[in-house]
Write a protein that binds this ligand. Structure first.
Ligand SMILES: O=C(O)CCC(=O)C(=O)O
Ligand SMILES: [Fe+2]
Length: 291
């Protein structure tokens, strides 16, 4: 089963389940009212897709688009929701000073769509190390998700198989059934895919991925959310998009000197101002030797 939690349960239990099963659901993390707002904001984006950008992987009866923050201010609440930040902190911060959004994708699976090929999202990165998660996926149920309408299929425990090793049993997938306003967390290494929609109505979700801050983002967030868009967003959201450096001092990555709306010279959260990796000085060595 995909472990499922109420929205008042401790984050630590959700994170423990996510580490063990590779996926976990938090029910009713936000109100249905918010989801109705987001659904209305995304509508014209879905309609203008008109199934134009399809591939075998993306499906022939699925509308998808990025640039979600331009379409929906409600989505900004989802992207930096307390639950998401709490879970992402636990999974990603052990391996980076700060993390960023890898991609934001609004997905509408229409009636008649087939099941998507099961896959891992982290195969975009040419590395696979046991215990090192490169990214997490966060799927918000904008409509209700159930097996009939194409709820995301997840293979519990499949994150434990290295790519170079052997395949988990992909037949063991389970549907991430959840009500509108709920959220599915899954690891980048967890096998999953969109479900077949056998119902008469569409299944609508928003997947945001969050990756280690020293990795290249899956979608270019600076083009998706250029400075004139980013400047209207909160500092924490701008930081999540990458409008702040990773690390500090001589080890900053993605640094920028100049004028840019939205840029933050210093990451807005204490936890993100990390001194790890600073060049050592002789005094550090002698201090450690107790002299
Ligand atoms: O739509 C879904 O439920 C999953 C989509 C997905 O996993 C993907 O496009 O990478
Ligand atoms: Fe995926």
């Amino acid at each position: 089963m995909i472990p499922k939690f109420g929205n008042t349960e401790p984050v630590s239990e959700v994170v423990a389940a996510l580490r063990t099963s590779g996926a976990a659901i938090v029910s009713s993390a936000v109100s249905q009212d918010l989801m109705e707002v987001v659904a209305a904001e995304l509508r014209s984006g879905f309609d203008s897709c008109a199934l134009t950008e399809q591939s075998a992987f993306d499906g022939g009866k699925t509308n998808r688009f990025n640039q979600v923050l331009r379409a929906s201010s409600g989505a900004a609440e989802l992207v930096e929701h307390d639950w998401v930040i709490a879970v992402a902190d636990e999974i990603l911060l052990p391996h980076c000073a700060n993390y960023t959004i890898g991609s934001m994708t609004a997905i509408e699976i229409l009636p008649g769509e087939d099941g998507q090929a099961l896959h891992r999202d982290d195969t975009i990165y040419p590395i696979d190390l046991a215990g090192l998660e490169l990214q997490i996926g966060v799927m918000w149920a904008i409509s209700d998700f159930n097996e009939e309408n194409g709820a995301t299929r997840v293979v519990p425990g499949s994150h434990r198989y290295l790519r170079s090793w052997h395949l988990p049993n992909l037949g063991e997938w389970q549907s991430a059934e959840m009500s509108s306003g709920s959220v599915l967390f899954y690891l980048g290494s967890t096998w999953h895919g969109g479900g077949a929609n056998l119902s008469q109505s569409s299944r609508i979700g928003l997947i945001n991925t969050y990756c280690l801050g020293w990795l290249r983002q899956e979608s270019n967030q600076y083009f998706e959310n250029p400075p004139h868009v980013a400047r209207h967003l909160s500092p924490s959201l701008r930081a999540l998009l990458g409008y702040t450096p990773h690390g500090s001092g001589d080890d900053e990555l993605g640094t920028f000197v100049g004028e840019c709306d939205g840029w933050l010279d210093t990451p807005p959260r204490d936890a993100w101002r990390d001194e790890r990796g600073q060049l050592g000085e002789e005094s550090h060595v002698t201090d450690q030797m107790g002299s």
